[in-house]
Design a protein around this ligand. Structure first.
Ligand SMILES: Cc1cc2nc3c(=O)[nH]c(=O)nc-3n(C[C@H](O)[C@H](O)[C@H](O)COP(=O)(O)O)c2cc1C
Length: 363
């Protein structure tokens, strides 16, 4: 209700200004225990049927905030209070970088979509590590999404992922190797299985070394892929994930798309498209991956989720967890509770006792 009143004014602003304002508001909200409690009281909706344990981590519900919303780890307490079951920060690169020139985010309201060509603007791994060290535990699993700096040659990409991983290892519950942003030149080439095999092996070795150093178990390493991959590439990536020791503990499907199929809006901007037009394609990718990996490699489904039905469809296609970003911009904080409430209704309707039972039933 509050967001619907504010939304016309927010949508008058440049999208990135509006985003910065939202981040500042959420950061302030998260800093005060009373405002966090108030937010949790208004938006909370917990139910043990939504909870699952994956990679040894307890997820209170399957809906996470996708990467890119909070690149610099400023809003974790507020997002947890809003009821997200997990939060993924980043993409964080080893060194800070500015990203592409503005404007670089475009709303496509008629399509409930966004095009972005941010290019990983972020404060860098050192600054994000300092922020995370001050925050303490999030209360829900925290994912750390890692990328390479734009000016690092592709052949040195592994060094970049590892440099950022080393700095952020003490603070995350899982990490994500992002090889699928369309806005860092050449990055998607790392999705070829030969490049990927080498990259993940290096990261896995670093993971083992860091685990020993910090006296904890290695961190689950997930791979985030693009929706624009061909069927044979998806099969190959799924196959690689099944190889024990390949270092892929989970898959995130998908990042934004380069496709412009089916758009109503007449926006001719470069970048990755997210939101409603991506929904079916990302579900197809989840289904293709699930056919190869089944439940042996958990999948996080993301792309165009805007209600409980969309989330349910991705779970039934094979995702164990889901994430959303674009719909949060269009719907505001009420989206979180409404997706969870609708999911509970759908579980009841179809006779499931828990969200975990629905994973992959349609595939
Ligand atoms: C403005 C914007 C910035 C994004 N930045 C990142 C990023 O830094 N790293 C990443 O892995 N994904 C990033 N994404 C992709 C999202 O995490 C997600 O995969 C994609 O938007 C599809 O989900 P959605 O349709 O719910 O938005 C970004 C998306 C948007 C809209």
């Amino acid at each position: 209700m509050f967001y619907s009143l504010l939304k016309p004014a927010i949508f008058q602003l440049d999208p990135e200004q509006a985003h910065d304002l939202a981040i500042r508001g959420l950061e302030k909200t998260g800093q005060c225990r009373i405002s966090r409690a108030a937010v949790a009281a208004v938006y909370g909706c917990e139910d043990s049927r939504l909870a699952q344990t994956l990679w040894g981590l307890r997820f209170p519900n399957p809906l996470g905030m996708a990467a890119g919303f909070d690149k610099n780890a400023r809003t974790i307490p507020a997002l947890a209070a809003l009821g997200f079951g997990f939060i993924e920060i980043g993409t964080v690169t080893p060194r800070p970088q500015q990203g592409n020139p503005r404007p670089r985010i475009f709303r496509l309201s008629a399509d409930q979509a966004i095009i972005n060509r941010m290019g990983f603007p972020n404060d860098g791994a050192d600054a994000v590590a300092v922020r995370l060290a001050c925050l303490g535990k999030a209360g829900v699993p925290l994912g750390i999404n890692l990328g390479k700096n734009k000016d690092t040659p592709l052949e040195d990409a592994a060094q970049d992922y590892i440099a950022a991983f080393e700095k952020l290892f003490p603070y995350g519950d899982y990490c994500v190797i992002n090889v699928s942003s369309p806005n860092t030149p050449g990055l998607r080439l790392l999705q070829g299985v030969d490049a990927l095999g080498g990259l993940m092996a290096h990261i896995q070795a670093a993971n083992q070394r860091l685990a020993a150093q910090h006296q904890r178990v290695p961190m689950p390493c997930l791979l985030k892929i693009a929706p624009d991959l061909a069927a044979e590439d998806l099969e190959a990536i799924g196959g690689l994930a099944l190889v024990s020791g390949a270092g892929i503990d989970g898959l995130i499907a998908t990042n934004t798309t380069l496709s412009r199929e089916g758009l109503i809006s007449n926006v001719n901007e470069m970048g990755g498209l997210s939101g409603m037009p991506l929904r079916n394609r990302s579900t197809q990718v989840i289904r293709a991956l699930y056919r190869v990996v089944g439940k042996r490699v958990p999948i996080i489904g993301v792309g165009g989720i805007s209600n409980g039905h969309d989330a349910y469809e991705k779970l039934r296609a094979g995702a164990s967890l889901v994430q959303a970003y674009t719909a949060f911009i269009y719907q505001g904080p009420a989206m979180v509770r409404s997706i969870k409430t609708q999911l509970l209704e759908l579980l009841r309707r179809d006779g499931f006792n828990s969200v975990g039972e629905t994973v992959g039933v349609d595939t």
